[in-house]
Design a protein around this ligand. Structure first.
Ligand code: ADP
Length: 248
């Protein structure tokens, strides 16, 4: 085992109810402050892997999971109270997270997570304003309805809602999907500013090989429920024929 790993999956197999394995014998160590990007064909298990790290998958009825999922080398998920804390330490931004906005103002939406953590009103306010700053939302925008914002702005509100919980590990499932090039660039910069300011660990699914080559030192390629490659983009791109076969 890698004793310096912050997040570890050890020999993890995961299957949804009545289905074959969506993850098969996956072992993965992610160190603190790493930025890891995941690519792979649709349906290969990227979302399942990300959700396994903060055990959101366990909430799916009838699923089967084998193997160990550790945070700081500990199976802190064995205890309900610790699992709750761990969900705050490992923040997950789902695909198209803007569909989950529901409050009447942007401020209230971003404050939802910190409120759930039981923080003081002063600390909640600090976090809401800081998170809004990371994603480039103005003070005035905090008071409007999230439903009056553009698609890219809504996405940023949703990401701010997770950032406001100040997770050590920020996991994002295709955070730039469906945005135009400038919207995509802004979101990537927002994530990078959070990472730098908080020394956070980032794991994110991307469908853009360009972004991957530019932004990360560690690229995971998933295929058929397994990790097919794990290396720097340069190393991975030397396997061009295999990547093409996967449709990447
Ligand atoms: P990716 O993110 O790479 O597109 P997913 O992790 O979403 O892949 O899916 C992996 C496999 O698990 C696919 O075959 C998908 O159909 C299946 N799957 C995903 N979510 C569910 C679910 N809630 N119930 C049943 N099967 C699922």
């Amino acid at each position: 085992m890698d004793s310096t790993a912050l997040c570890t999956l050890r020999d993890c197999t995961f299957a949804y109810s009545g289905e074959g394995a969506a993850l098969r014998n996956v072992t993965l160590h992610v160190r603190a402050c790493e930025l890891v990007m995941l690519v792979g064909p649709s349906g290969c298990g990227k979302s399942t892997l990300l959700k396994s790290i903060n055990r959101m998958n366990d909430l799916v009825e009838g699923c089967r999971i084998d193997g160990e999922i550790l945070l700081d080398g500990k199976d802190i998920w064995s205890d309900k109270k610790l699992t709750r804390q761990a969900r705050f330490r490992v923040g997950l931004v789902f695909q198209y997270p803007e569909y989950q906005l529901f409050e009447e103002t942007v401020y209230k939406d971003i404050a939802f997570g910190p409120k759930n953590m039981g923080l003081s009103p002063k600390e909640i306010d600090r976090r809401v304003r800081e998170a809004a700053g990371f994603v480039g939302l103005t003070e005035a925008q905090l008071e409007v309805s999230p439903f009056d914002l553009s698609g890219g702005q809504k996405r940023r509100v949703a990401i701010a809602g997770v950032i406001a919980m100040e997770p050590e590990v920020l996991i994002l499932d295709e955070p730039t999907a469906g945005l135009d090039p400038s919207g995509r660039e802004e979101i990537l910069q927002n994530i990078e500013s959070y990472r730098k300011a908080k020394n956070a660990t980032i794991m994110m699914v991307s469908h853009s090989m360009n972004d991957v080559a530019r932004l990360t030192d560690r690229l995971l390629v998933l295929n058929g429920a397994k990790i097919a490659m794990d290396g720097t983009p340069e190393e991975v791109f030397t396997h061009a024929a295999e990547l093409e076969e996967m449709g990447l």
